[in-house]
Design a protein around this ligand. Structure first.
Ligand SMILES: *Cc1c(COP(=O)(O)O)cnc(C)c1O
Length: 453
């Protein structure tokens, strides 16, 4: 398709295409890698090179590439009804069915969903929905949303404000007002001499300090990813979420669990909230909802919040042209049916997750690796200078970038967050493919060590 060779594609790309999260000058020097097709867990570029995609696209292709069931569902729906909106008292069958299906998979107290086109839009919806909810409840001063440093909640103005990425805030005057940030539960980097458990409680207690400093009657919600994804697959200590929930309950602060990565099987449970036993009031979803085949996201809403909105909220002056898009919804339904019919989530929990963990943990024996952590099929390794003192290399991010580039040269797509190498492969990955992934990674770690040690 599109009758261009690699050189022509790269040239046109440079001429016209501004990529997301890209340094344009650097891209111009190096040129783009053009991905042309994919199957299962593998990608191919325009020169015919094959890559094992250990990132599932961008944490989203949970069922793997090339699923004919989704292609068929999309093709059928696009012929039947390619678009209609859900404004003005209308709905369409795929959007209705998807709302039923998603709520049937969600925790029992979540029975409503608001659809969006992406995870960022889901988090924008969260900002407006929690403030509207509290105003409807007669507490319009509850506006502040507390988030965490180094969180990722998307890239629109509100979502990037909720996020705690400094380089994002530095562009465009963010965060917007009434968004506050506390520390992250990143024991490996910031735990010092504390045990992970003690550190988890200490960081969670920052939430209480922040609530008290602001005044509890000003705080609408706390938002967090059950496991921080883009921040570096940061798995919180076991003490963290129980303490956070205690604090939110004490001050009646809503809990927003951003399930955009953790949702739909990544942890071996349907949602990160199921894994960590979090009772959330709102759960933004996207990515694995459609395995990325078409763009769709949403916000799952608890009975408490939904009842408030329905009974006291009046009109919710918010929505997107593509909210409940029938074709995207059809793709999501087909995707969820694959996850259910093939028992993929349970297999992550009981079979392939434990198998992967068994291969992942021994990576700590490598001279570069200070820690290897994993839950389900989301994992990370820390590349460090000194394992005993958990000391990173002086030029933070350099070794990670070297390792990431070596991985790609060797046909393995992984991501580096500074010096943390992260992976999040398709959930349909086989035991043999996990062996290939870990084997390739080990070789790339050796090559990295040759360069930097
Ligand atoms: C990717 C991501 C988002 C943003 O989703 P988009 O579809 O890219 O807008 C939000 N939250 C988390 C946790 C994410 O990983």
């Amino acid at each position: 398709m599109y009758n261009y060779n690699t050189d022509q594609l790269q040239e046109l790309d440079l001429k016209h295409y501004l990529h997301p999260f890209t340094n344009y000058k650097k891209l111009a020097e190096e040129g783009s890698r053009i991905i042309t097709r994919a199957e299962g867990i593998y990608l191919w570029d325009s020169d015919g090179n094959r890559y094992l995609d250990a990132m599932a696209g961008l944490w989203c292709v949970n069922v793997g590439y090339g699923r004919p069931e989704i292609a068929d569902a999309v093709s059928e729906q696009i012929r039947e009804l390619p678009f209609y909106n859900s404004f003005f008292k209308t709905a369409n069958p795929p959007a209705v069915e998807l709302s039923r299906l998603v709520c049937s998979l969600a925790p029992a107290h979540m029975n409503h969903v608001f659809f969006t086109g992406s995870g960022s839009e889901a988090n924008d919806t969260v900002v407006r929905m929690v403030r509207h909810y509290w105003a409807s409840e007669g507490q319009p001063d509850r506006k502040v949303i507390i988030s965490r440093e180094n969180a990722y909640h998307g890239s629109t103005v509100a979502a990037a404000s909720l996020g705690g990425m400094k380089p994002m805030h530095a562009q465009g005057g963010l965060p917007i007002p009434d968004i506050e940030h506390i520390g992250q539960p990143y024991w490996y980097q910031e735990g010092g001499d504390l045990t992970p458990e003690a550190f988890g409680e200490k960081i969670a207690d920052e939430l209480e300090e922040k609530i008290l400093a602001l005044g509890a009657n000003k705080v609408a919600a706390f938002i967090a990813e059950p496991i921080q994804g883009a921040g570096g697959v940061i798995i919180p200590p076991s003490t963290y979420w129980p303490r956070i929930q205690e604090i939110c309950a004490r001050y009646d602060v809503l809990i927003v669990a951003d399930e955009v990565i953790c949702g739909f099987g990544r942890t071996g449970k349907w949602f990160g909230c199921d894994y960590f036993d979090i009772k959330a009031d709102l759960m933004p979803i996207a990515k694995g909802l459609s395995s990325g085949y078409l763009p769709i996201g949403g916000v799952l809403v608890s009975d408490r919040v939904a009842t408030g909105l329905i009974e006291k909220g009046g009109e919710f002056n918010h929505g997107f042209t593509y909210s409940g898009h029938p074709v995207a919804a059809a793709a999501a339904i087909a995707n969820l049916n694959i996850l259910m019919d093939e028992g993929i989530v349970d297999r992550v929990d009981k079979v392939i997750g434990p198998y992967t963990a068994e291969k992942w943990q021994p990576l700590t024996e490598h001279p570069l690796v200070g820690e290897a952590r994993i839950i389900g099929l989301i994992g990370a390794i820390e590349l460090v200078k000194d394992k005993d003192t958990r000391q990173f290399f002086a030029d933070r991010g350099e070794v990670g970038t070297i390792c990431r580039d070596i991985c790609i040269e060797n046909g393995l797509v992984m991501r580096a967050v500074e010096d943390t190498m992260i992976m999040s492969p398709p959930l349909c990955i086989s035991e043999g493919e996990i062996d290939d992934l870990v084997g390739l990674l080990t070789r790339c770690l050796d090559l990295t060590a040759e360069k930097v040690l």
